[in-house]
Design a protein around this ligand. Structure first.
Ligand code: ADP
Ligand code: MG
Length: 698
């Protein structure tokens, strides 16, 4: 056996309290109870939890862990943890290592500093964590990590995991109703499966440390375009530089130890940009693993003298980073419900699930758009590289022809004699490679899954998947309500599909999403075009969406209003920090540096004239004039920005709009001036590493 063939399996999941470890270490009935809890949601007895806690602790101690932590995902978008050691004092003045069932199941972190959107103020400051047994515990940095949900005293979700779990349950429930209609009596559970492709930048730590903007905000607030950008297309899938390859190897190994199925790695479009994709897993595990992946990416980078930038737009004028959320639904019997299948019956079932996605995305396009809105992602969506801010679905020509045939009752290709009869005729073969060609679509059907391409690189995948799961659950619920009463299933199914396609085909767009003309056409079709975060966030408080999420018990109305406030506040905070950082950089670095440079030019002119007073000194004089004018403009704009920053409206929605319309607009003007100054200032004087130095020096 080669070394790798045993090495990778030997480290894979070595730090995870997974199925194998549980089977090995838990008494049979305990293991069974846990499995029932995971698969069927049957609550665990405290006595069972105690046995599990003990086994977990023994395993963790053997792996060198001294602490445990309830690991949760508050609304900050990153994960949170508070570590407790296993120690418990003994009579003799020593300690023993203990971990009780209660400690495993429930925690009370002092949580008053996590964003709650006012949820906790009305109840009490405490937040509670509760073990999520559907995601494996693991060991990292000497602690046993227990994935948990996080909620308030009143039971309101304060995190991203709780609603995700609720949405997965609801999707399963509604999908099962539909499966029963097709005679499936064996499936017990349907799961949303996610494969998130993660983009990131790597730059040298030395250049990073000289950029206040990167340190404070994760993106460059200034920076003139380098002479070479991504126009040569020589980076995409290009050879990995040795330093990058070493990083990726290390990263893979760290992820594998944590049971993360890191699979694909390659260079991306922009210089210094890369991607990692895991093999897909259930939505909950995928969300946990994606959070871990982002964290480990940063950590491993530090070991290699690199910095991993996960911001959606670290460099202006260069492609930004996104996350592709590959979403499908599958049964516990191993069937992917978005796979068209081969028999007419499977095809019919597939078409109904497909119709649910089409109708759901059309009905709730604003909500879906809202889940990918953030200050960072505003730089991408609609900016001619990522998908536009308008939601649409790409199906490909073959599937489109099938839907047209159903809608119009006409033949779907030349050889077909008549229109497709659902449940009787088989679908034509849908080739996978034609479905994946369109890279400009926000939501593309790629053969047996949907690829949602609007996510920002830094964001948690929970929000978008909560929305996808819930809107599809809602449509399946509507379909099941109708078809459960049907006396003639195939006929009613065909009619339902026809009606759905007719009413919702406006959301299907198979053309180029980057085309100017598409936006005009989308407007004609009545599709939403929510251009920025403050606009998009309103979806959280629209009656239609509140009705959707409360009907399925995903969010309460209070939780939705809280989320609305939290996201708006977070947007405002990001812009505020960026604006303050800009002002700081201008006043303390850029203006003084340019002033010094001008001084050196001035003395050069004086010295030259002293030698020969007739020298025209055109280069110096013109540069001086131009730079002096730009310095004045920059100074004045900066003063304007600072004045604007003391006039922030109190109301969260008004504040966010103000940050967008006024503050951000001023920031862009400042940047334009400063970037022009950079192109005219001697590199020796410019206070920051250039784009060229950051993007091309590894
Ligand atoms: P690419 O987009 O680069 O062509 P793929 O589409 O094959 O590559 O895979 C991209 C991601 O989609 C991977 O993370 C993969 O695990 C995931 N994926 C593949 N099949 C499914 C599925 N049925 N459900 C969810 N994710 C999937
Ligand atoms: Mg893909």
């Amino acid at each position: 056996m080669s070394e790798a063939s045993s090495f990778v399996p030997s480290i894979f999941g070595s730090m995870v309290f997974n199925e194998t470890v549980m089977k090995e270490r838990l008494p049979k009935d305990t293991y069974k109870a846990l499995k029932k809890c995971k698969d069927e949601g049957i609550p665990l007895d405290m006595s069972v939890a105690t046995v599990i806690a003990n086994a977990m602790k023994d395993w963790a101690l053997e792996k060198g862990a001294t602490h445990y932590t309830h690991w949760f995902q508050p609304m900050t978008g990153v994960t949170a943890e508070k570590h407790d050691s296993f120690i418990s004092p003994t009579d003799g003045g020593g300690v023993i290592m203990e971990f009780s069932g209660k400690e495993l199941v429930r925690g009370e972190p002092d949580a008053s500093s996590f964003p709650s959107g006012g949820l906790r103020a009305t109840f009490e400051a405490r937040g509670y964590t509760a073990w999520d047994p559907t995601s494996y515990a693991f060991i990292k940095d000497g602690s046993l990590y227990i994935p948990t949900v996080f909620f308030s005293y009143g039971g309101e979700a304060l995190d991203k995991k709780t609603p995700l779990l609720r949405s997965m349950d609801e999707l399963s429930k509604q999908a099962l109703r539909v499966l029963r209609l097709f005679g499936d009596t064996t499936t017990k559970k349907v799961t949303a499966s996610i494969g998130p492709e993660q983009e990131y930048f790597l730059i040298d730590k030395k250049t990073y440390e000289q950029r206040e903007d990167l340190i404070m905000t994760g993106r460059t607030l200034f920076g003139a375009k380098p002479p070479k950008g991504q126009e040569m297309d020589d980076h995409y899938f290009g050879t990995l530089k040795p330093r990058i390859a070493a990083y990726m190897k290390d990263l893979d190994e760290e992820l594998w130890k944590l049971g993360i199925l890191a699979k694909t790695k390659h260079n991306e479009v922009a210089p210094a940009q890369h991607e990692l994709a895991p093999i897909f897993s259930d939505a909950n595990t995928a969300a946990d693993h994606n959070q871990l992946t982002m964290e480990i990416m940063k950590k491993v980078a530090a070991k290699h003298g690199l910095v991993c930038l996960l911001h959606e737009k670290p460099f202006a004028g260069v492609n930004g980073s996104g996350k592709h959320d590959n979403w499908s639904i599958s049964t516990d019997t191993g069937r992917n419900l978005l796979d068209p299948g081969k028999t007419p019956r499977d095809n019919a079932q597939f078409l109904l699930f497909l119709a649910a996605v089409i109708k759901g995305v059309d009905d709730y396009q604003e909500m879906l758009r809202c889940t990918v809105a953030s200050a960072g992602n505003d730089h991408r969506l609609g900016a001619n590289e990522a998908p536009p801010a308008v939601i649409s679905i790409f199906l490909g020509d073959e599937l489109n022809a099938v839907l047209e045939s159903i809608e119009r009752g006409t033949a779907y290709h030349e050889k077909a004699q008549s229109a497709l009869e659902v449940g009787v005729d088989a679908l034509p073969h849908i080739s996978q490679d034609t479905t994946d060609r369109n890279r400009t679509s926000p939501l593309a059907f790629t053969g047996n899954k949907f690829e949602f391409r609007m996510l920002g690189s830094e964001q948690s995948i929970s929000g978008p998947n909560i929305a996808l799961n819930t809107i599809v659950a809602e449509e399946l619920c509507q379909f099941a309500d109708k078809l459960e009463k049907s006396k003639n299933f195939n006929k009613d199914l065909q009619a339902l599909l026809q009606k759905t396609i007719k009413e919702h085909k406006r959301i299907i767009f198979n053309g180029n999403g980057y085309d100017e003309s598409w936006l005009a056409e989308a407007e004609e079709r009545g599709l939403a075009n929510l251009k920025n975060t403050p606009e998009a966030m309103r979806a959280y408080i629209s009656p239609k969406n509140i009705k959707l999420f409360t009907k399925h018990n995903i969010y309460t109305e209070t939780e939705m209003k809280a989320r609305y406030e939290i996201h708006l506040e977070s947007y405002s905070k990001v812009i505020n920090i960026e604006a303050q950082t800009m002002a700081d950089m201008v006043k303390r670095d850029i203006l003084p540096a340019v002033s010094s440079y001008m001084e050196s030019i001035s003395s050069a002119v004086l010295n030259k004239k002293a030698v020969c007073k007739d020298l025209p000194c055109i280069a110096e004089t013109e540069t001086l004039k131009k730079l002096s004018g730009l310095s004045d403009s920059l100074y004045l704009k900066c003063a304007e920005l600072e004045t604007a920053l003391v006039k922030i409206p109190k109301d969260a929605q008004k504040a966010a709009l103000y940050y967008h319309d006024t503050v951000f607009a001023l920031m862009q003007e400042m940047r334009a001036i400063a970037d022009e100054m950079e192109t005219m200032t001697s590199a020796e004087y410019w206070p920051y590493p250039s784009y060229g130095e950051m993007l091309f020096n590894i």
